[in-house]
Design a protein around this ligand. Structure first.
Ligand code: ZN
Length: 282
């Protein structure tokens, strides 16, 4: 992997971790919702306008690192610009992503160039342009005198049913005290395992998706985990680290670790957004 790829991943990850202009404006002049059912990304863009100028923008949402980082970069690029400038900029960025146009955006927007590497992955292009399409849709609605707009990434026709299906419902909090206690112990186990770093990849085993299952009962902790490859020479190191970190929890009486190869580790589906970005998996 080239040094440029490394740098680009760092820029994307930095925006994902520290998104700019994050939040929701109170009493916005315009609100635009965007969803990308292909990946589950969701965004809400709120704008304050002063005449034809985009005076302030805030974005909140959830989803993959590409969608959230692109939205963060967008807020920096468009705030303070006129709506016509924003439209031109959006078209230019989309031309880079969708048509392979050369990157020719002002120097203060160079962070956006980091998203160019995503072009090779058509599914992720939708993630990268979601915030921009959502903003465009909002500007269009504003021109028609509306205050709200929504955009669904994909075919030009909208698929609200699909978006709804993808929107994940948050599970209701469990109410019984023992269930709450178990949840808190499970969270402590997760936190302890997050201290276990795969020395080869320098990412913790939880974010890598190596921990398949944890069970807590009467002070006994059972961990089912895998390794990045069957030939991984670091197996004993990782097992030892898991026992050491879990052993620090005052209530833990017994630790059982079980190594499994079923299913084989697949970072594409198992690793966290941060880990995937660090590994360069889009
Ligand atoms: Zn995405």
């Amino acid at each position: 992997m080239s040094a440029t790829d490394d740098l680009y991943r760092e820029i994307i990850l930095e925006h994902f971790k520290n998104p700019r202009h994050r939040g929701r404006l109170s009493q916005p002049d315009l609100t635009a919702q965007g969803t990308n059912p292909f990946c589950g990304d969701e965004l809400e863009v709120t704008l304050r306008l002063k005449g034809e100028t985009l005076e302030e923008i805030q974005v909140q949402g959830k989803g993959c690192s590409i969608s959230q980082a692109s939205a963060s970069m967008m807020t920096e690029a468009v705030q303070g610009k006129t709506l016509a400038e924003v439209e031109t900029l959006t078209k230019k960025f989309k031309a880079v992503m969708l048509e392979g146009a050369p990157f020719d955006l002002p120097a203060d927007m160079e962070d956006l160039q980091s998203l160019e590497g995503v072009k090779k992955y058509p599914v992720r292009i939708k993630c990268a342009i979601l915030s921009w399409n959502t903003l465009l849709e909002g500007i269009e609605a504003h021109r028609k005198g509306q205050k709200a707009a929504s955009h669904v990434e994909g075919e030009e026709g909208e698929h609200p049913a699909l978006a709804e299906q993808v929107a994940k419902e948050t599970p209701a909090p469990s109410s019984s005290p023992s269930a709450r206690e178990e949840e808190s112990l499970a969270a402590q186990v997760q936190a302890a395992l997050k201290e276990v770093i795969d020395p080869e990849l320098n990412i913790n085993v939880v974010d890598l998706g190596l921990v398949y299952d944890t069970q807590v009962q009467d002070g006994n902790v059972q961990v089912t985990y895998t390794l990045t490859s069957p030939g991984c020479p670091l197996g004993p190191v990782i097992k030892g680290q898991m026992s050491a970190m879990l052993g620090r929890l005052p209530w833990v009486k017994k630790i059982e670790t079980t190594l499994t190869w079923d299913p084989p580790w697949d970072p594409k589906t198992m690793a966290s957004e941060e880990a995937k970005t660090e590994l360069g998996i889009w």
